[in-house]
Design a protein around this ligand. Structure first.
Ligand code: GLY
Length: 348
């Protein structure tokens, strides 16, 4: 079964296909960018499904620590080497790191060319490849450099997940739980009652998550309000990733820990009942995501919040669950109370 979801953005609309990879026909040059690991598994399959004037490939190393300017430069150089022009297309074949970098590269190459995403991890299928956020990390933090650049289309083939290591799969589930907590209490209950072991359930959960994501992006493409809800767990999670040099945790794992930290804050401020706090803890545990991180220095951790993209005038913004299925965005939590929550996580 092929599901087609149309996402409407200010610039134009584009389709997100969920099901067996469709044939991609493009009249001009195509450059597929993937990483060494994913290419070994799926590049041939994708090549068989592309019909274009010419098709080139360029491979980047695998991993979040390569999501930097160096790699962007190499991607752009390969595009120049292959003489891509403004009618050429880039294709991102891989997880969130690849789609963020290809989105960014295509958005700045000759002032912007089109790109298509073929996400191969659960996290990229339900979140990273949709909505046009692209970019890279630097030593100051995660995703601090980038642009909004929407893809032309997204092709989600859940069968690509069959080779995904369990750890990466779970990291993707963290983003699913994030969406359920903030936007859809029924989906949360469904995740409590069911599992994601069957193809049918997995496809259903992907479709649900993509629908949530598409709706949120349509409402607030450039994140001036509700889209920040997709950042639940991220304010903390991004700092965890930065503090561990992007090596110790996968993005989704850091987000899972970040959600647990945010929940402590939400509980403290009465936005989350003890019952719902426990339900989220149990759901994270069910999917192997009740992870811990010991904060070494709470002051350094706190200082990093000041560079968060949601921070304005040094007011740190937190996305907190308002029970299950709703959220609240707060920017008035005192430094003292933030440090109080952080100190709990420095004593685990
Ligand atoms: N991954 C968060 C967002 O797209 O807004």
């Amino acid at each position: 079964m092929l599901e087609k979801i149309i996402i409407h953005t200010s610039y134009e609309e584009y389709p997100i296909f969920i099901g067996k990879l469709q044939k991609i026909i493009y009249p001009n040059k195509v450059l597929i960018i993937s990483n060494t690991k994913v290419a070994g598994l799926y590049l041939d399959k994708v090549l068989q499904n592309i019909q274009a004037q010419e098709v080139y490939t360029y491979l980047v190393p695998d991993g979040e620590d390569y999501k930097n300017f160096d790699t962007i430069e190499k991607i752009l150089e390969s595009a120049f080497d292959f003489l891509l022009d403004r009618k050429s297309l880039m294709i991102a074949l891989g997880g969130g790191v690849v789609s963020d970098m290809v989105g960014f590269s295509s958005g700045i190459y000759q002032r912007g060319i089109d790109f298509i995403a073929i996400p191969t991890t659960l996290l990229a299928q339900i979140d990273a490849s949709i909505g046009g956020k692209t970019g890279i990390n630097n030593r100051f933090g995660k995703n601090l450099i980038g642009i909004f650049h929407q893809p032309k289309a997204v092709y989600i083939d859940p069968s690509f997940l069959s080779s995904l290591p369990q750890r990466e799969f779970k990291a993707g589930v963290a983003e699913m739980i994030k969406m359920a907590v903030c936007f859809d209490g029924d989906f949360f209950a469904w995740l409590e009652k069911n599992d994601l072991n069957s193809t049918k359930n997995l496809q259903k959960a992907i479709i649900k998550s993509v629908n949530i994501k598409a709706k949120v992006v349509e409402l607030d493409e450039k994140e001036s309000g509700i889209r920040a809800g997709l950042n639940y767990g991220h304010t903390f999670g991004h700092v965890i990733e930065n503090q561990t040099n992007y090596k110790q945790f996968l993005h989704g794992e850091a987000v899972a820990i970040g959600m647990r930290m945010a929940n402590d804050l939400a509980l403290e401020y009465g936005y989350l009942s003890v019952k719902d706090y426990k339900r989220i803890e149990l759901l994270l545990e069910k999917y192997g995501l009740n992870l811990d991180y010991k904060i070494i220095d709470i002051k350094i951790f706190y200082e990093k919040f000041l560079l968060d993209k949601k921070t304005f005038n040094q007011k740190i913004k937190f996305i907190l669950p308002k029970n299950i299925g709703d959220l609240i965005i707060v920017d008035n939590i005192s430094k003292e109370n933030i440090l109080k929550i952080l100190s709990k996580w420095s004593q685990i």
